[in-house]
Design a protein around this ligand. Structure first.
Ligand SMILES: Nc1ncnc2c1ncn2[C@@H]1O[C@H](COP(=O)(O)OP(=O)(O)OP(=O)(O)O)[C@@H](O)[C@H]1O
Ligand SMILES: [Mg+2]
Length: 416
């Protein structure tokens, strides 16, 4: 049984995680947008300030282009700058070689008449990113010329690098947040499962103690009934018609006695002292005893010297029930195969039969106490076997054979 973490907890945890994720993503996206626009604004305002200073210097210098202007435009952020006449002729360039050439741009005169400062990102011939800013330069004599500033974007781009780092940090935080959330859910599931198992074990232990007390009392009372019936039976002559009734009563007491004994065995809290058990001789003697007189075919198929760590008496009792179950399933004909072989760190003991196998609907109930399909069965054989095998750190299974020709009872126990 797998306990389920209350859905309210899961829903709350999931909502919290989704909400935190949404808030973090939204806040980061907003910050990133702000930083991006800050970077653009800083480029634009630097370009604007430099352009205004250059224009001022030109006014003060009464039209002289070089000198002060060159000094202003030699700022470290400026990649290059130029001043062009409305016809496109370059009047000033930070690279003096370009002075006198034509800018080769159409519509410059029109733009100068109505133009507003205009900035955009470009890529330089060197492949570096830059910011190009066009500014209408008003000369003291009323002429308008183009002042083009091309700025390095590295300082502004450093701000943009911060955005990548911010996204990286946020992604890390989100991964951590979800990991913690999932781990929390897992831990809680495990805790609940362990608690449910502890509750179940406690309940089973209580039922076991009650059953043991009850079975003990029944056995004591039954001893007196059986003894008295036997005594009366012995005193009764064979010809007496009451003899038959007494025999039925005796059979009844014997049946109750065996049931109670099995029950006591199952309900008892046991301690185990495992020791290495040599399997081939055990299986041989088991088959000799349990299959004696059975008319079917018997095969023992063990790897020589294979040993398990188990308690011999209990292991024998479990396997004896397995052999009886197989024979009972087959009736008077069939093939019984019993054996043991190594399986990694464990040893596999199997009892195969050629009976009708187990219907799918039966499988989940096979190891449940008192589940039996036999009129005189107790249904405790497999339940007891499971209890003991698990206590001996092993595994037990009863399933249909792969070729569908009967059942296989299998026990895996640690190597001895
Ligand atoms: N080899 C098998 N083939 C088919 N069904 C089986 C086989 N072994 C067990 N079963 C089924 O599992 C049930 C439970 O077996 P278990 O040994 O626990 O009790 P039981 O044999 O019915 O009673 P008891 O062991 O007290 O005689 C059986 O009644 C039977 O229906
Ligand atoms: Mg049985």
């Amino acid at each position: 049984m797998r306990p389920v973490v209350p859905w309210v907890f899961r829903a709350t945890l999931l909502s919290f995680l989704l909400l935190s994720t949404a808030v973090l993503l939204f806040a980061t996206a907003r910050n990133a947008r702000t930083v991006r626009s800050l970077a653009e604004t800083s480029l634009e305002s630097t370009a604007q300030a430099l352009s205004a200073s250059a224009e001022n210097a030109l006014r003060v210098g009464s039209g002289r282009t070089d000198g002060a202007v060159r000094e202003i435009l030699s700022d470290r952020v400026v990649a290059y700058a130029l001043i062009a006449a409305p016809d496109g002729k370059i009047l000033f360039h930070t690279n003096p070689m370009r002075i006198g050439r034509s800018l080769g741009e159409e519509g410059l005169a029109d733009w100068l008449r109505s133009g507003r400062p205009f900035g955009r990102r470009v890529t330089l011939g060197t492949g570096l990113p830059a910011y190009e800013f066009d500014y209408v330069l008003h000369r003291p004599d009323g002429r308008a010329e183009l002042l083009r500033l091309v700025l390095h974007t590295a300082p502004a781009d450093r701000l943009l690098d911060g955005i990548s780092r911010m996204w990286l940090a946020v992604s890390g935080m989100l991964v951590l947040l979800w990991a913690v959330g999932i781990a929390l859910e897992r831990v809680l599931t495990r805790h609940l499962r362990m608690q449910a198992e502890a509750d179940r074990n406690e309940r089973l232990a209580l039922i076991g103690r009650m059953t043991a007390t009850l079975a003990h009392e029944i056995r004591n009372a039954l001893g007196a009934v059986k003894g008295y019936t036997q005594w009366v039976d012995e005193k009764t002559a064979l010809s007496d018609p009451r003899k038959q009734g007494l025999s039925i009563a005796l059979k009844g007491t014997e049946r109750i006695e065996s049931l109670v004994n099995e029950l006591l065995l199952f309900a008892r809290e046991e301690t185990f002292s495992s020791a290495p058990v040599d399997l081939p001789p055990l299986l041989e003697s088991l088959v000799r005893e349990e299959a004696a007189g059975w008319p079917g075919q018997v095969a023992v198929d063990s790897v020589a010297g294979v040993r398990v760590l188990a308690e011999p008496d209990r292991l024998r009792r479990i396997l004896a029930n397995g052999v009886r179950n197989a024979i009972q399933a087959m009736g008077d004909t069939g093939v019984l195969r019993i054996g043991a072989n190594r399986a990694g760190k464990r040893v596999r003991i199997f009892i195969e039969d050629s009976g009708p196998g187990i219907p799918e609907t039966e499988r989940p109930r096979l190891f449940t106490p008192f589940h039996t399909t036999k009129p005189d069965g107790t249904g405790l054989g497999l339940a007891y076997a499971k209890k003991v095998v698990e206590a001996m750190k092993g595994r037990i299974d009863l399933r249909n054979r792969e070729d569908g020709s009967g059942a296989v009872f299998e026990i895996l126990l640690p190597k001895g």
